[in-house]
Each structure stands twice: as structure tokens, then as C-alpha cells.
Ligand binder design. Structure first.
Ligand SMILES: *[C@@H]1O[C@H](CO)[C@@H](O)[C@H](O)[C@H]1NC(C)=O
Ligand SMILES: *[C@@H]1O[C@H](CO)[C@@H](O)[C@H](O)[C@H]1NC(C)=O
Ligand SMILES: *[C@@H]1O[C@H](CO)[C@@H](O)[C@H](O)[C@H]1NC(C)=O
Ligand SMILES: *[C@@H]1O[C@H](CO)[C@@H](O)[C@H](O)[C@H]1NC(C)=O
Ligand SMILES: *[C@@H]1O[C@H](CO)[C@@H](O)[C@H](O)[C@H]1NC(C)=O
Ligand SMILES: *[C@@H]1O[C@H](CO)[C@@H](O)[C@H](O)[C@H]1NC(C)=O
Ligand SMILES: *[C@@H]1O[C@H](CO)[C@@H](O)[C@H](O)[C@H]1NC(C)=O
Ligand SMILES: *[C@@H]1O[C@H](CO)[C@@H](O)[C@H](O)[C@H]1NC(C)=O
Ligand SMILES: *[C@@H]1O[C@H](CO)[C@@H](O)[C@H](O)[C@H]1NC(C)=O
Ligand SMILES: *[C@@H]1O[C@H](CO)[C@@H](O)[C@H](O)[C@H]1NC(C)=O
Ligand SMILES: *[C@@H]1O[C@H](CO)[C@@H](O)[C@H](O)[C@H]1NC(C)=O
Ligand SMILES: *[C@@H]1O[C@H](CO)[C@@H](O)[C@H](O)[C@H]1NC(C)=O
Length: 646
């Protein structure tokens, strides 16, 4: 099919006219359904899809419901004179796509719908690419240069066609489990032709050498090609009787960048810690620049650009759309920092943790106890704008990661403390005293003010010490009072605010604490001989290290009952010893003489957090600074026994 040559202005006008024509057409076809072929849906399928689909032609939103949704869109082009305009632009039954303008469509099982990305649009003006996120990677000059090079090559441009599955059919109650394969509906299929002799690619022309076929994967499909010619696209829904209802997908074509994107190489999202209803997740560092750089400061002041979807792993409705932004937005149980999310899930930029680099943090609540979740990092549109007219406006989804909530109610997730600002993990709590929904700030203040008051005492001592005379220090000749103060604060926060785990957890590196006390529900360990070995219970209850907490205010004021502690990393203690003047008398316990009940060792490379250090996140722990080669024997094991709980 040959298109008349148009100037960019004309082709814009034509596109507008065509789109208006489409709108009118659609109206006709809806108000007089005899003009349209009804979709040949399975007669057993009840008209249950009560979600209106929105077609956004020329900025006009149209809602179609119920029966109207069933209208197949491949009508005949002879009914109306307006349609001639459409026919001139696109072959019969084929919709034209414009640049960065997503179209949403329902499709029933066994049907095929066709689209074209016309060469006029490919030759037309590019979209406006925004400034992007703070980064040194791509400079304006490079982008402009690449553009003009492309222009020289006779308007050959890279065409990106991307599709997202937004809704899927539900399992037919009559279907046998064996019919349903992997537990999710079958994926849509994408067919592409660049030949004007095949304008309706699809399963019907399966053997035609001019067409290529791609399966959607996780609700996502993409086709990219360098061309100046029309690109014809078919979207087909597989034949199935096991699934009831229709699919809904979004299709977009662009000469600028893929409208929808995925990153399935890595999740870029890490689990920090959680309690029985909330978790803290962080992204990887968004820049490696240091705090004096412009990019660092841009990141720290930017509105948090990323969002998170989370979904219970026991619920399979997420399967099949896990790589689709609109699919996740429709299906995911939990959304944070995504438009339309009305949950109290907080996102913010933080520079906590190893290296102190900027990262985005998500506090996700309303989770179920003892449950495993998928977490997806996502970006809505280009992070500041989304939808039609925005380059990359369809959003981006990263690969799923996993996290789990805790089983017991006596660990509470804390973050955003004033003094111990690096604390972000679960701490021993008592839900009867500190209500999980309202009492967490009071709990945080209780721990934080205790640490701050201990620090105050230290601060006075430090001022009495001529700590710049570093020759008195045995292991460091170049440490200052500031180093000592920093090491002390890090150590103090880690030991006075213990990291809490479920008592029922059986991980070997965990230390049982406060076992002489009653559980929050009033039962005592001695009553749980069916769960725990009676000999173990006796041992735990007869040792100070395990029958109480390391910090007495926990047992007296917070009363969490028995819990397990992720011990602070031993290197925190060594760092303190190294960094502070010997005259302050800090010492660490010896191996076999209290070290094992006070401090833990960093884990291997599997990312498990086997000891507590500030800023720890699962699968990020490898980067820790571990002080090695220290002989601790020469140090006395001194005071702070109150803090150490020994
Ligand atoms: C579904 O089956 C019909 C009839 O067998 C066939 O014409 C159609 O191409 C099939 N659709 C797909 C997507 O395979
Ligand atoms: C997102 O797109 C809008 C509209 O094109 C643009 O103004 C904005 O700068 C873009 N944002 C980013 C972060 O690139
Ligand atoms: C985090 O990003 C850096 C680059 O900025 C990369 O080198 C590192 O591998 C990433 N970390 C993880 C755990 O993926
Ligand atoms: C930060 O980086 C700049 C150059 O990127 C360097 O000159 C400066 O010394 C660095 N500052 C610190 C504190 O590392
Ligand atoms: C929590 O569990 C209930 C019951 O099993 C379930 O219906 C609900 O979807 C779950 N919610 C989340 C966020 O996991
Ligand atoms: C979730 O699935 C696991 C196993 O996959 C099962 O043990 C558990 O009971 C399920 N939880 C719920 C709430 O259905
Ligand atoms: C952190 O605490 C400060 C007050 O100390 C408060 O203003 C801020 O909103 C808190 N941030 C979050 C994310 O809770
Ligand atoms: C420690 O004492 C010095 C001098 O009084 C004071 O400037 C500093 O703010 C104190 N630090 C803390 C954390 O209280
Ligand atoms: C009390 O709580 C403990 C720890 O969570 C649990 O093991 C025990 O079964 C509970 N007892 C009752 C009677 O609910
Ligand atoms: C636990 O056992 C003690 C006796 O060892 C008994 O007095 C108490 O009532 C029991 N508590 C519960 C909750 O069963
Ligand atoms: C608990 O009892 C088991 C035997 O059931 C034993 O192997 C284990 O070492 C005991 N743990 C402790 C901490 O005493
Ligand atoms: C903890 O154990 C010590 C040493 O056996 C004992 O003196 C103390 O009374 C115990 N504490 C409690 C609360 O049972």
C-alpha cells in the first residue's frame, strides 16, 4: 500500500484526521454493533470483564463496557465515507500507530489484531527526550550527534515496538489442572512483517517467510529494527478453553526509545529487614560519586524516581504479567511510590549504609505475617511523566526479587532514627506496649535516646583525652578523635539497639535472648517443650547471656519476651579498639571468653546477614570493611559490661 508523500505538518494533520476518523468509526461501530463483527468468543465465557478499557485516540478517553468490549476491531472499510481516509492510510483492519502513543486493546482467545507503524511517522519528528535521571553517562552532545548521523542515513531510524499485557483471562473453573500448564494463562503472540505484501501478519500466515513471530514473555514483547519503511504488526491471543475472559494489552511504537522497558538481568532491589507486617527495601547505589559531587547532590534532592510492586508468592495472578508495568499495576497487591497507590508506603532517597551513597528506600507495609513476596523495582514512565507523548512513557520493570515477613510479633522494624540514623532493621519490641500501627515512633525514641545518652557520657570522656597524641595507640598512628567518635557511635548503636529475629528461627548464628521472660502472649518457654528441646530450654534459661538481653532497658522497659539476636559484627568492636586511644580502655572479648555470645562474624558470599552492622542489606553484605590480622589478646576485656550484657 502506497502512501502519499506528506510534509511533516501534513502528515501530522493526516494523523490527527485519521485518529479522529478512528474515533468516529469506533463510535459508529459501538452504537450500531451490526457494523462490527462480534468477536467469536467461547459461548461459555460469561460477560464478567467489568473493567472498562480506555482507548486514547487524540487525547479523548473513551470507555467501553460489557458487550461493547467484545467488538472485534477488524471492520470492513465500506460503510462510511470518513473511513476512506483511514483506508488510504492503512490497509483494511489495520490500525495506524503514531510515535510514543500507546494504544490499549482487548483481545479474545483465538483472535488477531493488526497494527502498522507508517513510514510517514518514522520519517516524522522525534519525541522530546527529557533530561533523564542524574548521570554522567550520556551527554547532550552525544545524543544530538547520534541523531544527526541517523538523519544523514536517509531517514533510516531505529523503530522500537513494545507491548505490555495489562490483563489476562482467569482460570476457567471447569478446567483441569493439567490443562493450565505453568499456572498462568498462555502468553500473547507478536507477529511482525516489513513487507507491503503482508500487511496482516498473524497465525493465519504462519508459513509466510516475510513474517517473524515472537512470544510475549511475562507479559512483555519487543521488536526493534532499523528501517524507513512501514512496519506491520499482528497481535494474537492463543486459542484456549481453560481460561475465561479476554486479554488486554498496550502497544506502542517509537522512533526515540522503547516505550516500555524491562531489565531482567538483575533486580536492583535489596531486602534490608522486616517485621511481621512491614519490610524495608533499598535500591543499589544510584551513583558512586562522593558527597562533594553535583550528581550525588542531585540524587539526594530528587523526588524518589522509582516505585515498587509487591505480591504474595502464594497468589498466582501475578504470573504472566511479571514483566509488564501495566500488568503489575493492575495485578500487584502492593504498590509503593506508583501513581494511584493509596497505601502508606513510604519512598525516599537515603544515603545510609556502606559507602554512604545515595539510594532509594521503600518502607512497605500491610504485608501478611510469615509470607513470601515477590518485589519488583519499577519506574512509572520516565519517572517524572508517563503515558502518551512521553519518550519511555510506558514505564520500566526490573526482575523480581524475594523477601519474607517475620512470624512473631515481638520484632519491630525501625528506621529514620535521629541519633542512630544508620539503624534500619527489626528490634525487640512488645506489641502490647508499642502498638505496631501507632507506637513505633515511641519505640524508636526509647532506643535512640538511650543510645544518645550513653554517647553523651563518652563525649565527656573523649574531651578529657589528648587523643591527637596518637603514638599512644597501639594499632593506629593516624586516627583522630573524629575517627574514635565515629567508631564509637557505630558500635554503640549496633550493640544498644540489637537486631531482632524470630525466636522460632533455627539459624545457627542467632543468639537466644531474654529466654527467662514470658512470651508476649503469656506462655513461657518452659511451657513449649513440644516445640523446643527441654534440655535446650534449661540451658538457655540458666545463662545470663541467653536468659536476659544485652541491654537491661530492653528487659525492663520494652519487655519483648524471648527473641533471637543477630549479633553485632566483631569488626565493629575491633574498629572501636583501633580507632580510640588506649587510655579510654576499650577492649573486645576474647574468642571462647564471651566473644561468641557478644559478636558475630560476617557471612560468606551468599549475602546472608550473619551479623549486624549498620546499613546492612541482604545481598549487599560483601562490601563490608572487615578488619583482619588483629591480635586481640593483648587487650583487656573491660567495662561497658552493661552495654555488652555480660
Ligand atoms: C484459533 O483457531 C482458529 C480455528 O482453528 C484459527 O483460525 C486461529 O488462527 C487460531 N488462533 C490462533 C491464535 O492460533
Ligand atoms: C519525562 O518526560 C517529560 C515530557 O517529555 C519531560 O519533560 C521530562 O524531562 C522527562 N523526565 C525525565 C526525568 O527525563
Ligand atoms: C551496584 O551497582 C554497582 C555499579 O554502580 C555495581 O558494580 C554493583 O555490582 C551493584 N551491586 C549489586 C549487588 O548488584
Ligand atoms: C570526591 O571526588 C572528587 C573527584 O571526583 C575528588 O577530587 C575528591 O577528593 C573526593 N572527595 C572525597 C572526600 O573523597
Ligand atoms: C494476606 O492473606 C490473605 C488471606 O490469605 C489474602 O487474601 C491476602 O491477599 C493477603 N495479602 C497480602 C498482601 O499478601
Ligand atoms: C503459601 O505457600 C506455602 C508453600 O508454597 C504454604 O506452606 C503456605 O501455607 C501458604 N500460605 C498461605 C497463607 O496460603
Ligand atoms: C524521618 O523523621 C523525621 C523527623 O525526625 C520526619 O520529619 C520524617 O518525615 C521522617 N521520614 C520518614 C520517611 O519517615
Ligand atoms: C560532644 O561534645 C562536643 C563539645 O561539647 C559537642 O560540640 C558535640 O556536639 C557533642 N556531640 C554529641 C553527639 O553530643
Ligand atoms: C505464644 O507465642 C509463642 C511464640 O510466638 C508461640 O510459640 C506459642 O505457640 C504461643 N502460645 C499460644 C498459646 O498462643
Ligand atoms: C506454663 O507452665 C506453668 C507451670 O510450669 C503453669 O503454671 C502455667 O499456667 C503455664 N502457662 C500456660 C500459658 O500454659
Ligand atoms: C538443642 O538441642 C539439640 C538436640 O535436640 C542439640 O543438638 C542442640 O545443640 C541444642 N542447642 C543448644 C543451643 O543447646
Ligand atoms: C539468669 O541466669 C543467672 C545465672 O544462672 C541467674 O542468676 C539469673 O537469676 C537468671 N535470670 C533470670 C531472669 O532467670
Amino acid at each position: 500500500m502506497q502512501f502519499p508523500k506528506l510534509t511533516p505538518l501534513q502528515s501530522r494533520l493526516a494523523a490527527t484526521l485519521a485518529a479522529s476518523a478512528l474515533l468516529v468509526l469506533l463510535f459508529f461501530s459501538l452504537t450500531s454493533p451490526q457494523f462490527a463483527y462480534a468477536a467469536e468468543l467461547d459461548p461459555r465465557i460469561p460477560p464478567d470483564h467489568n473493567h472498562p478499557i480506555a482507548l486514547d485516540f487524540c487525547g479523548t478517553m473513551m470507555e467501553m463496557k460489557e458487550e461493547e468490549e467484545r467488538v472485534a476491531l477488524d471492520w470492513e472499510p465500506h460503510e462510511s465515507s470518513i473511513r476512506k481516509d483511514l483506508v488510504r492510510r492503512a490497509p483494511s483492519g489495520v490500525f495506524a500507530l503514531s510515535n510514543n502513543d500507546p494504544q490499549s486493546m482487548d483481545i479474545g482467545a483465538g483472535l488477531t489484531q493488526n497494527w502498522v507503524f507508517p513510514k510517514e511517522v518514522i520519517a516524522g519528528p522525534p519525541g522530546v527526550i527529557g533530561s533523564g535521571l542524574p548521570s554522567e553517562d550520556i551527554t547532550e552532545d552525544e545524543t544530538a550527534q547520534t541523531r544527526s548521523e541517523l538523519r544523514k542515513r536517509q531517514e533510516i531510524k531505529t523503530v522500537h515496538i513494545t507491548l505490555n499485557t495489562c490483563m489476562q483471562p482467569a482460570l476457567n473453573t471447569l478446567a483441569y489442572p493439567a490443562d493450565i500448564g505453568g499456572g498462568s494463562p498462555p502468553q500473547l503472540q507478536l507477529w511482525v512483517s516489513q513487507s507491503s505484501s503482508l500487511t496482516n501478519p498473524g497465525p493465519g500466515t504462519r508459513d509466510n517467510p516475510n513474517q517473524q513471530n515472537f512470544d510475549f514473555d511475562g507479559g512483555f514483547a519487543m521488536f526493534e529494527v532499523d528501517t524507513a519503511e512501514d512496519v506491520y504488526v499482528g497481535v494474537s491471543a492463543p486459542n484456549t478453553t481453560s481460561w475465561t475472559g479476554t486479554w488486554n494489552y498496550e502497544i506502542a511504537a517509537s522512533i526515540d526509545a522503547p516505550f516500555h522497558t524491562i531489565d531482567d538481568n538483575w533486580a536492583n532491589l535489596f531486602f534490608v529487614d522486616g517485621d511481621n507486617h512491614a519490610v524495608l527495601l533499598v535500591t543499589n547505589d544510584t551513583t558512586q560519586r562522593n558527597s562533594t559531587s553535583e550528581i550525588y547532590n542531585q540524587w539526594m534532592t530528587i523526588a524518589p524516581p522509582y516505585g515498587v510492586f509487591a505480591h504474595n508468592q502464594n497468589d498466582s495472578t501475578i504470573l504472566g504479567v511479571q514483566s509488564s508495568f501495566c500488568g503489575l499495576k493492575n495485578q500487584a497487591q502492593i504498590m509503593a511510590n506508583i501513581q494511584g497507590a493509596n497505601r502508606p508506603n513510604v519512598a525516599g532517597m537515603v544515603n545510609r549504609g556502606l559507602g554512604g551513597k545515595p539510594k532509594e528506600q521503600f518502607y512497605i507495609t500491610d504485608l501478611n505475617v510469615s509470607s513470601a513476596y515477590y518485589g519488583f523495582l519499577a519506574m512509572e514512565g520516565n519517572s517524572t511523566a508517563s503515558g502518551a507523548g512521553v519518550v519511555g512513557g510506558g514505564g520500566k520493570v526490573w526482575r523480581a526479587m524475594n523477601f519474607r515477613t517475620k512470624a512473631e510479633s515481638n520484632c519491630a522494624l525501625l528506621y529514620n532514627l535521629t541519633f542512630c540514623s544508620e539503624v534500619a532493621y527489626a528490634v525487640p519490641s512488645n506489641p502490647d506496649i508499642f502498638d505496631p500501627s501507632t507506637g513505633v515512633p515511641a519505640l524508636a525514641a526509647r532506643y535512640d535516646s538511650h543510645a544518645a545518652s550513653l554517647y553523651q557520657n563518652f563525649n565527656y570522656s573523649l574531651q578529657q583525652v589528648p587523643c591527637k597524641t596518637s603514638s599512644v595507640q597501639q594499632y593506629s598512628l593516624a586516627r583522630t578523635c573524629d575517627d574514635c567518635a565515629r567508631a564509637y557511635k557505630t558500635w554503640l548503636c549496633a550493640v544498644t539497639i540489637p537486631r531482632c529475629e524470630d525466636f522460632s528461627s533455627t539459624k545457627s548464628y542467632l543468639m537466644p535472648r531474654n529466654t527467662a521472660a514470658e512470651f508476649v502472649n503469656g506462655s513461657s518457654l518452659s511451657n513449649l517443650t513440644d516445640l523446643y528441646n527441654p534440655a535446650n530450654i534449661t540451658t538457655w534459661q540458666s545463662r545470663v547471656a541467653s536468659n536476659s538481653s544485652r541491654n537491661p532497658i530492653i528487659d525492663s522497659d520494652i519487655r519483648p519476651g524471648p527473641y533471637k539476636e543477630v549479633l553485632p559484627c566483631e569488626d565493629l568492636c575491633y574498629d572501636l579498639m583501633q580507632s580510640c586511644p588506649a587510655s579510654l580502655g576499650f577492649g573486645c572479648p576474647l574468642e571462647g571468653r564471651g566473644l561468641d555470645v557478644s559478636y558475630g562474624k560476617r557471612g560468606g558470599d551468599n549475602g546472608e546477614i550473619t551479623c549486624s552492622y549498620l546499613g546492612a542489606a541482604h545481598y549487599l553484605s560483601g562490601g563490608g570493611r572487615v578488619v583482619t590480622g588483629l591480635k586481640v589478646g593483648v587487650f583487656m576485656f573491660v567495662f561497658w559490661s552493661v552495654v555488652l550484657g555480660l
